[in-house]
Design a binder for this molecule. Structure first.
Ligand code: ZN
Length: 228
């Protein structure tokens, strides 16, 4: 039996979280020097809380597509479904998204979450989290999509969304984007255009090549099974 505190700590260790001070790095000249290969659609299925309007989601996805155009990646949204936020803490929110299966044709699953007064208060008490992506497969995540706190004056939802979507491509937190560019090029090389899935990326940087494996790997990680 794992205590609540220990479980919380363990979950934090599993996640790549965006607090106000973290970054996937600043752009460098490498960005244009790397061959990213042919165009690749990334199918991201979307859950959203009632306060995040569909046009807001469209705007956030458009910001990602503007950013990803250099890599020949276009985010396509097969479906958008309403979703009730599962709880108050970021860990609880994330767990709910992570426990959902990736279904055909989704390559990734992202929840867009509204802020509420409780969250804004939370932000005064501890470094605020504006999104998370799972580290075991980099296929599931959530993004805070509305503004209600001081931190978000500095990290607007469009920037938080782009940041989390970089994690969905396997990009780490870093000072420069160089490792991220290489990760994106490697992911595109690993993608089989005839397959129906853009591989996930495991915690060691290896590829999770099927949707079934991505589901199983994340289920195992959430269950705390060894070997993850
Ligand atoms: Zn991050």
């Amino acid at each position: 039996m794992v205590g609540k505190a220990a479980r919380g700590f363990w979950l934090c260790a599993l996640l790549v979280a965006l607090a106000a001070c973290t970054s996937v790095g600043t752009h460098t000249r490498e960005r244009l020097a790397i061959d990213y290969g042919p165009p690749m659609p990334l199918r991201v299925c979307v859950l959203h809380t009632p306060d995040v309007a569909p046009r807001r989601i469209d705007a956030l996805i458009a910001a990602v597509n503007e950013e990803f155009a250099s890599y020949g990646i276009t985010v396509v949204v097969p479906w958008v479904r309403p979703w009730q936020r599962a709880g108050f803490t970021h860990e609880r929110l994330f767990e709910d998204v992570a426990q959902r299966r990736l279904e055909v044709p989704c390559d990734r699953l992202v929840a867009f979450v509204d802020r509420n007064a409780g969250d804004a208060l939370w932000g005064l008490l501890m470094p605020e989290v504006l999104g998370m992506v799972d580290e075991a497969t980099h296929t599931r995540g959530y993004v805070v999509a509305t503004r209600a706190s001081l931190n978000q004056l500095f990290v607007p939802p469009s920037k938080a969304t782009v940041h989390e979507f970089y994690h969905l491509l396997g990009c780490p937190h870093a000072g420069s984007m160089d490792a991220c560019y290489r990760a994106i090029a490697a992911l595109k090389r690993a993608h089989d255009a005839s397959a129906d899935f853009v591989p996930g990326i495991d915690a060691a940087g290896g590829f999770v090549t099927t949707r079934e494996d991505a589901n199983q790997t994340l289920r195992d990680a959430l269950a705390g099974r060894p070997g993850m």
